[in-house]
Ligand binder design. Sequence first.
Ligand SMILES: CC(C)(COP(=O)(O)OP(=O)(O)OC[C@H]1O[C@@H](n2cnc3c(N)ncnc32)[C@H](O)[C@@H]1OP(=O)(O)O)[C@@H](O)C(=O)NCCC(=O)NCCS
Length: 173
Amino acid sequence: MAISLAPITQEDAADFWAAVDAVSREGLYLARLRAPPLEASLAFVANNIARGYPQFVARDAGQLVGWCDAIGNERDLQDHCATLGMGLLPAWRGQGLGRRLIERTLAAAWARGFRRVELTVNADNLRAQALYRAVGFQVEGRFRAGARRGQGYVDVIAMALLAPGMLSDWQQG
Ligand SMILES: CC(C)(COP(=O)(O)OP(=O)(O)OC[C@H]1O[C@@H](n2cnc3c(N)ncnc32)[C@H](O)[C@@H]1OP(=O)(O)O)[C@@H](O)C(=O)NCCC(=O)NCCS
């Protein structure tokens, strides 16, 4: 059966939490070692739905296997910006599903009116960086020792993508 992508609903929220928790526990990719409490995750999803922030989930034979979201910045002079987050369970990586999810999320982000989507990614997460570059993200900076890793640290890369047509509206400086 094909893997389906759909906007998240409140009924997906507990499964979404479980997927975030599983990827967090790998300790390599996200900024936490476990998901926030379930109640916080349910409220996060409810807020995203209420505000129209794009959040998509992928299901394979009913199982929630991945997500991608673009969460708005609620400060009024930065409300054109959204922060992208995503993850797939291990068995669903390397098959183009990440690209499907991010393309769907970016299209929804531009349609929602966001003009800039930004993200951070661990410097050693080359697969994620390759995906982000493939859809147009550019590196904007590097947070040295930005995340803990075991007993040490790893750098964190900042990347961003401007909306189509945005470059002509934007005056650098
Ligand atoms: C990052 C993630 C969403 C990417 O989705 P995916 O469907 O697995 O992506 P793909 O395997 O299709 O790879 C994307 C690109 O990276 C390339 N790639 C794969 N492994 C790579 C590696 N080790 N080094 C460099 N590039 C790599 C692929 O060739 C592909 O490029 P292409 O489209 O030009 O062929 C997914 O792997 C994932 O959930 N990883 C764990 C959680 C995570 O990292 N989340 C993001 C945190 S910022």
